[in-house]
Design a protein around this ligand. Structure first.
Ligand SMILES: *Cc1c(COP(=O)(O)O)cnc(C)c1O
Length: 386
């Protein structure tokens, strides 16, 4: 059943709170008790459906899971201690030794480390694809391919993949499709509606929304989430903390308002940068010159606050001058909070070339866009004077 977004964010799963409490309590308990032998035995034999031990289920955590499952139009969700824990568990749950994974090449760096370093130890191989061309994705598939891993859009180059066609192809061959939907959030994009099997998120970004919590989540069918719960989730134990889950619950209250604001402000900042002589290129799915704009509009109702620019220089000194003169934008990793941030590619990556050395990733937060534009204007001017 598809519900109204604010009904999900503000009411779903909170019908019977103790003492008439308006906000749900933080169930800060590790264990749950039983009033009989039989009930105790039943809980131990089916941890998935019972409160037994917080490494499995916890009521505060479950409220957040119910909301995120509904937002993503999925049957069920499982929260994890971090985004990468949800991603690693989701991928590993559907693989055995000697299987093969097709993965988008610009996906999150630790997702790639999982394939390159960790799964390699178990004989699991992978092929990277650019992802913008579906024929390339199809031709990367082998008889032992079990997972196609997508991230749409990616979060440095902002390329998108054709979800409907890739998932239809994967279904024909019994391949699981998993997508990282952290950038768009379910407020703007619902990959399950296009036939994708599983959606993963870093809840440390827009779900939390205040840069004060690390968590992750995976959403899909009852059957797939049940499989993940009983394999990777319980055994690897990347358990979400009740307080961290409660912070996500609080962040979710304003998700709809924050996402609209991030989108509007980002479009204003991009409009300004578009005409600036020091900016050579802008990477954002909803940017008017984006060659993938039609696909972006088909798959997403709007965009978030993260994009990248290529400065019109080949000198790292210029990138430094631009970065160091910013006053409102903070120099920090991550994104999705209330605040504006920058990450120069030359800080976060090692494979530097003339093509990428002047790329800067920008997160537009919830400040007035006018002060953000002033900040960029001043720093770009300094850079051009040098
Ligand atoms: C941050 C991020 C992750 C990892 O999430 P953590 O919560 O930091 O573990 C995964 N995917 C994307 C796109 C991210 O930005």
């Amino acid at each position: 059943m598809k519900r109204n977004v604010t009904e999900i964010l503000h009411h779903l799963g909170e019908e019977n709170m103790p003492f008439g409490s308006v906000t749900p309590p933080i169930f800060q308990t590790s264990i749950f008790q039983f009033d009989s032998f039989d009930k105790f035995k039943e809980a131990l034999s089916n941890e998935e459906e019972n409160y037994l031990y917080t490494r499995g289920n916890n009521p505060t955590v479950n409220i957040v899971e119910e909301k995120i499952a509904a937002l993503e139009h999925g049957q069920r969700a499982k929260l994890f201690a971090s985004g990468i824990a949800a991603i690693s568990s989701g991928i590993m749950a559907f693989l055995k030794s000697n299987d093969h994974v097709v993965c988008v090449e610009d996906s999150y760096s630790w997702t790639k480390t999982l394939l390159e370093k960790y799964l390699k130890r178990f004989g699991i191989s992978h092929t990277y694809v650019d992802g913008s061309d579906i024929e390339e994705v199809y031709s990367a598939v082998r008889p032992n391919t079990k997972v196609i891993y997508l991230e749409s859009p990616t979060t440095f180059t902002f390329k998108i993949q054709d979800l409907e066609n890739i998932s239809a192809f994967a279904k024909k061959y019994g391949i699981k499709t998993i997508i990282d939907n952290t950038w768009a959030t379910p407020y703007f994009q619902n990959p399950l509606d296009f036939g994708i099997d599983l959606v993963v998120h870093s809840s440390s970004k827009y779900f939390g929304g205040h840069s004060d919590v690390v968590a992750g989540v995976i959403v899909g069918s009852k059957k797939d989430i049940s499989h993940i719960f009983n394999t990777e989730f319980l055994n690897i134990g990347a358990v979400p903390d009740p307080f961290a889950s409660w912070l996500i619950l609080r962040g979710l209250r304003t998700l709809h308002i924050r996402m609209e604001r991030h989108f509007q402000s980002t479009m204003k900042v991009i409009d300004y940068l578009y005409h600036h002589p020091a900016v050579e290129k802008i990477n954002y799915p909803f940017y008017k010159d984006n060659p993938q704009l039609a696909l972006a509009k088909k798959q997403m109702r709007g965009g978030s606050g993260l994009f990248s620019i290529k400065l019109a220089t080949k000198r790292v000194e210029d990138v430094k001058t631009f970065t160091d003169n910013l006053r409102i934008f903070k120099r920090a990793v991550s994104w999705g909070g209330y605040e504006s941030l920058v990450v120069p590619y030359a800080v976060s990556h090692k494979n530097l070339s003339e093509d990428n050395i002047s790329i800067v990733r920008i997160h537009v937060g919830l400040e007035d866009p006018e002060i953000l534009i002033d900040d960029l204007e001043r720093s770009l001017k300094r850079m051009m004077k040098k």
